[in-house]
Write a protein that binds this ligand. Structure first.
Ligand SMILES: Cc1ncc(COP(=O)(O)O)c(C=O)c1O
Length: 442
């Protein structure tokens, strides 16, 4: 397979961007420290599952904009709906007509909650859910699943990570943790009558399936203790099921949060929930204390809502959930066959569901290893696949794209195998390894 070697403009971009943008990107997980040195520094264009970098190199995209691009880059029906909305005006001094249309369609589609509040970022809606829970229960603390690595860039979550600089210590004490799939850890948290926990927040599923009826048992316990259950569908929504992973597993949260892939990469996020909770953010209860829920200038920008409507229509029209699962099955199978062919079963592991899975990279001793992971990324990128460990099959990942990923993986496994045999990536990995996003020191 032809290897990509032209990175001149990428190098210039990387040399300059950190002078203007702290971190060199607006999402830490897109930053230079997350990739090998041969990664394209910036993407200038995307079409379907293909993206092009500054130097004109073409790649197959595996993560699709942090999994927000749920159909494909530049997907015409969505882009057209956005353009139409833009020409009709994006922001008015009163609600836009599309707000009611979008609210009805979204609630009817996700079959979760009675009311919805839209926003531009996932962090806005998870933080809003926490605020509502505190108001509803008159309790103060939040409990999060410690295995789930991101809920918000706001302090109630970031204070629990090693990157707690700039956050008062008192804030950290307001967030407790429990373990996903460990019901006893949830029970322990709520055992004391003074627990002061307003809500539990977790993703319904990540790469491990819920076991031993975990979600249902937690929902029942929360109900019993008057604690609200928030299920964060930011990643799982529109992947496991159009109605979210909680409906896939048949569990009902008090609130759910949505974003990323509900508008094919456009900025539209949502908080859904029970009417008696959501109505606390309303203005119909004259005389009651007012709760300032989500109120942002751009929250209901017409373009984002138009993108969401067109995305939902496309998913329904083409039955995209089923096709994404089917494509994911094929991709996963092909990759597994390649792992087996190279005898790498003990060091490379595909974890997760066909609709979203990751490659876990281990060293020769079987330990998860970022240096070996970087080598895999380097080789995949060199073979034209923009790969960061995650595989998100979409409508745009058709046979040719799946075959390309598989061929690149085959070539990359041959190199990986050499590193495993040598017990080191030295001589093979160029530059520094990728680092964890959440770390104490830069
Ligand atoms: C599970 C989960 N919740 C919440 C968020 C926050 O969303 P946003 O980045 O849009 O603020 C993310 C983003 O990565 C996420 O993965």
């Amino acid at each position: 397979m032809h290897k990509i070697t032209n990175y001149e403009l990428s190098k210039r971009f990387s040399a300059e961007v950190h002078n203007y943008i702290p971190g060199g990107a607006h999402t830490y997980s897109k930053g230079d420290d997350q990739f090998p040195v041969n990664a394209p520094a910036a993407i200038v264009r995307g079409k379907g599952a293909h993206v092009w970098d500054l130097d004109g190199n073409e790649f197959i995209d595996c993560s699709m904009g942090l999994t927000s691009v749920c159909i494909g880059h530049g997907y015409e029906p969505v882009a057209q709906a956005v353009a139409d909305a833009a020409f009709q005006g994006t922001n008015f001094q009163r609600p836009a007509g599309i707000e009611l249309e979008a609210a009805k369609l979204f609630l009817e589609t996700v079959e979760s909650g009675d009311m919805v509040k839209f926003a531009k970022n996932g962090s806005t809606v998870t933080t809003a859910a926490v605020k509502l829970a505190r108001a509803y229960t008159s309790r103060n603390r939040v409990a999060i699943a410690r295995e789930h690595n991101f809920f918000s860039f706001d302090d109630w979550f970031i204070s629990t990570t090693p990157c707690d600089r700039g956050i008062p210590a008192q804030v950290r004490s307001m967030t407790a943790t429990f373990s996903y799939n460990n019901y006893a850890s949830v029970e322990a948290l709520l055992a004391d009558n003074d627990h002061d926990i307003a809500c539990l927040i977790m993703e319904p599923v990540k790469f491990d399936p819920p076991i031993d009826n975990f979600l249902h048992k937690v929902a029942a316990l929360c109900k019993d203790r008057g604690v609200l259950l928030i299920l964060d569908e930011m990643i799982s929504g529109f992947k496991w099921d159009l109605r979210g992973a909680h409906n896939f597993y048949g569990v009902k949260p008090d609130m759910a949060t949505w974003g990323k892939g509900i508008a094919n990469g456009f900025s539209a996020c949502a908080l859904t929930g029970r009417a008696d909770i959501m109505e606390l953010g309303g203005i119909r209860r004259e005389g009651d204390d007012k709760l300032f829920l989500i109120s942002t200038t751009h929250g209901a920008e017409t373009t984002g809502l138009a993108a969401m409507i067109a995305t939902i229509q496309a998913f329904k029209q083409h039955n995209m959930i089923a096709s994404n699962w089917a494509r994911g099955e094929i991709l996963k199978l092909k990759l597994q066959q390649i792992i087996d062919k190279h005898g790498l079963g003990h060091t490379l592991q595909l974890l997760g569901y066909p609709c979203l899975f990751v490659l876990v990279c281990r060293n020769a001793s079987g330990e998860i290893d970022d240096v070996f992971r970087t080598l895999m990324m380097q080789e995949m990128i060199a073979h034209g696949v923009l790969f960061q460990g995650m595989l998100y099959p979409t409508w745009s990942h058709q046979e040719a794209e799946i075959d390309h990923i598989a061929m690149a993986f085959d070539a990359s496994c041959a190199i990986y195998q050499k590193a495993i045999a040598a017990g080191t990536t030295a001589q093979l990995l160029v530059g520094k390894p990728a680092k964890a996003v959440f770390r104490k020191k830069i």
